[in-house]
Design a protein around this ligand. Sequence first.
Ligand SMILES: Cc1cc2nc3c(=O)[nH]c(=O)nc-3n(C[C@H](O)[C@H](O)[C@H](O)COP(=O)(O)OP(=O)(O)OC[C@H]3O[C@@H](n4cnc5c(N)ncnc54)[C@H](O)[C@@H]3O)c2cc1C
Length: 390
Amino acid sequence: MDFSKKYDIVVAGAGIAGVAAATAAARMGYSAALIEKQNLIGGLATSGLIFVYLPLCDGEGRQVIFGLAEELLKISLQYSPFGLTEKWGGQEKHSREDGDRYLCYFSPAGFTLSLDRVLKEAGVDLWLDTLVCASGVSSDGTVTAVEVENISGRGRIGAKCFVDASGSAQLVRRAGGEVFTEANYNTPWLVQCSPENSHYHWKDSLHVHYLNSWEEKFRAGDALNARDVTAFTRNAWEDIRRFYDHAYASAGSDKNHLFPVHLPAMPQFRKVAAAKGVCTLKNGQEGQRFEDSIGLCPDWRQPGPVWETPYGALVPEKVRGVLTAGRCISAVDDAWEVFRVIPSAAMTGEAAGMAAALSVKNQCDPSELKIGELQQELRRKNFRLHLDEI
Ligand SMILES: Cc1cc2nc3c(=O)[nH]c(=O)nc-3n(C[C@H](O)[C@H](O)[C@H](O)COP(=O)(O)OP(=O)(O)OC[C@H]3O[C@@H](n4cnc5c(N)ncnc54)[C@H](O)[C@@H]3O)c2cc1C
């Protein structure tokens, strides 16, 4: 090994879930490292150009997600031309009207800068351009270290507890844990310069544009196959080329006024791999009470349904010493669809970071953590845990 380091908590992946997890752990006074393979933080939300922070409310007048998810939403606006909806934060901060939920748009680059400040102020040790490439597992199945690769060579980073926020259950898979996979559609999002005002317009002519090609379906498991990942990305590029070629061929558009500015640096798969947990969220569990709930999650697609989030969905079934957060927690089908978005990534990230800190404090595996202690800490952060609390 070319280098080695040790921390209380190591978080793999600096997407929204990873930033929230590392920040929460560091704010509780523990040494926390956040390891990211790209040279940007924010994951799909920033490098993937997914610039819509979906709602924290149920669309029927109740805020259901609190804590870091709300803090991050607010700072996502610091360096961006967007604001909150008119009724945001006022007397009537919600309604059923379309677009009038607790959500906002943000500039991906601006959000990156704000997220970095949060990490810095919390004292998180950020490792950019560093790929987690192996999990070091002890004989009882506990992850004790990760192997990483970066410009300094190959290193070993140890921790008392890990959070897998890789969006693809990298740590869990590399430690022998099982995952769920599902099909994906290619719907490329890109930043372009255009004379038209897009639905998602930014300032003047610069905006994010997305192409809907729902018929291009990629099978479950493709997102875990390097050749299929390349094919998925090139398929998106081809669609984008076709879009501009068509636009230039029709009257009124030319390359001086309409052109691509920035393509996503991450493959825009919605569902890559969810780590099979002690408990798995499934279809029809909206409105269901889980005694071990660590937070609430609204359905971003429609007003009304709210889900409790069982702690067991963050605890991998066969791998010890690791929690999951974000879009790789244990969920399938419709439940995965509801939980895979930015606000719930922040919510599960914060809960996982706090659970990791408490596991270190109590010198126990996350699977043995007393749920009451975690729930007490979450309530201190203003979390609502059960449906009858909103
Ligand atoms: C086309 C599309 C549209 C979407 N629309 C919306 C929307 O409008 N609103 C919304 O809220 N959500 C939307 N989503 C979903 C949302 O963007 C993501 O699910 C969410 O941002 C996931 O956050 P995360 O932190 O769990 O994972 P990710 O954002 O995937 O972050 C994981 C991080 O881990 C890093 N990583 C992975 N492997 C390694 C490794 N081996 N070593 C080191 N680092 C690693 C990655 O580089 C990445 O930075 C959309 C998704 C897609 C694909």
